[in-house]
Design a protein around this ligand. Structure first.
Ligand SMILES: *Cc1c(COP(=O)(O)O)cnc(C)c1O
Length: 395
């Protein structure tokens, strides 16, 4: 095997493994959900981003199947050739209405949307200022643009302002709405003010806020009661709360017209299956109509935080369904996750380079599909696992 890869790469892999950073995949049998079957065992899962419990909802599957029977599976071509279907168009219109924007543009994934937006709005030598903890795709977007990437300390709007000050050329200020591994919110009102003062375009990736935050699920923008002008470029994904796949950029008609012409990750790729767009439209309608899912979710978050605090579990400053438990070292993080798994519970064990060194954590994600008993079972198992695996300072 090793002869197929140059020696330095083999060595890199060896060191990665030795450092306890190797990633492996679970194989899921059956439906996605809070009860997840891996092989012959069913686990209670807190490892997905299926916040509203829609990924395996029968109504989405029915919409997908109905549309697939009607229009087939493959889009056949890119959007700009012959692949832009009426179903895509209808979903874009629904997303524009949902986000209160003039237009929306579909991408095949959030990763692609972020690359596509940043590399279209910034060019070589332009300034892109980002939060240190932004999603990898936002950082890579700046690299793809060959822009000057500057990163500010997490959630520090004043530092962002200093990085933006006094430069000419195009300037982007880019942030996650909800930070994916921390669950905390970007200080959007402050960032919007800084962007306005410095003549920068604010780009917000609300992958974890849309469908979840705000009274009607319009995300972090609704949470902070900001207007569309304050967040001119809004990226959303469909594979998390909405339970399907794909992503979109919402904004002005002018922005979308521009991206259609110049966003290479949009132009040079086959359109998603149109039936998937039909399923996403069904998900959007369900998420809007069933506000009880958001209410259930916040009640579960409160229950988890209260129980964890009582047990002395180290909690992060997050009120979203993303509840990290910071453990520090990689080995301890893996050992605690392994104990939970032995107790029939799945959580993400998040290690560098996904998070900064020394901040390995369990990433617990709650879903409207969880029951109160599920949260209680997690708390009990978590308490036992933390007791059984002492912290580094104690070993
Ligand atoms: C998941 C995620 C993405 C990527 O979206 P995909 O549709 O999964 O490619 C982008 N940004 C953030 C903040 C994310 O958490």
């Amino acid at each position: 095997m090793s002869a197929t890869l140059p020696a330095p790469l083999v060595e890199r892999l060896r060191r990665h493994r030795a450092a306890g950073l190797e990633r492996s995949r679970w194989v899921v049998d059956g439906a996605q959900g809070v009860r997840l079957r891996l092989g012959d065992r069913t686990y209670l899962s807190f490892a997905s981003n299926d916040y509203l419990g829609l990924a395996a909802d029968g109504r989405l599957a029915a919409a997908l199947a109905e549309a697939a029977r009607r229009v087939g599976v493959g889009a056949g071509a890119s959007h700009l050739i012959a692949g832009h279907h009426r179903e895509h168009q209808a979903l874009e219109e629904a997303l524009a209405a949902f986000t209160g924007r003039e237009r929306a543009l579909l991408y095949s994934s959030g990763f692609q949307a972020n690359l596509g937006v940043i590399a279209a709005l910034a060019g070589a030598g332009d300034l892109v200022v980002e939060d240190r903890l932004n999603h990898a795709s936002l950082l890579d977007g700046a690299l793809l643009a060959r822009a000057r990437l500057r990163r500010y300390p997490h959630r520090d709007a004043a530092a962002a302002g200093r990085l933006l000050a006094g430069r000419g050329g195009a300037k982007l200020l880019v942030t996650d709405g909800v930070f994916s591994m921390d669950g905390d919110l970007a200080p959007l009102p402050e960032l919007a003010r800084v962007a306005r003062q410095q003549g920068a375009v604010l780009v917000v990736d609300d992958a974890h806020g849309l469908g979840v935050l705000g009274r009607t699920g319009r995300g972090v923008v609704e949470h902070f009661a900001l207007d569309a002008a304050s967040v001119p470029v809004l990226v959303g994904t469909l594979g998390k709360a909405f339970g399907t796949a794909g992503a979109f950029v919402a904004g002005s008609a002018e922005l979308v017209d521009y991206l259609i012409q110049f966003s290479r990750p949009y132009v040079y790729t086959t359109a998603h299956p149109p039936a998937l767009a039909a399923a996403s439209r069904a998900a959007l309608a369900i998420a809007a109509a069933e506000g009880w899912r958001r209410e259930r979710l916040s009640a579960l978050v409160a229950r988890f935080r209260q129980g964890a605090a009582q047990q002395g579990v180290p909690l992060a400053d997050s009120t979203t369904p993303i509840q990290p438990v910071l453990l520090g070292g990689e080995a301890r993080c893996l050992a605690v996750a392994e104990r939970l798994r032995a107790a029939g519970i799945l959580v993400g064990a998040i290690r560098p380079p996904t998070v900064p060194r020394g901040t390995a954590r369990l990433r617990i994600a709650l879903s409207a599909a969880h029951r109160e008993e599920d949260v209680d079972r997690l708390l009990e198992a978590l308490g036992a696992a933390l007791d059984a695996v002492p912290g580094e300072e104690e070993t």
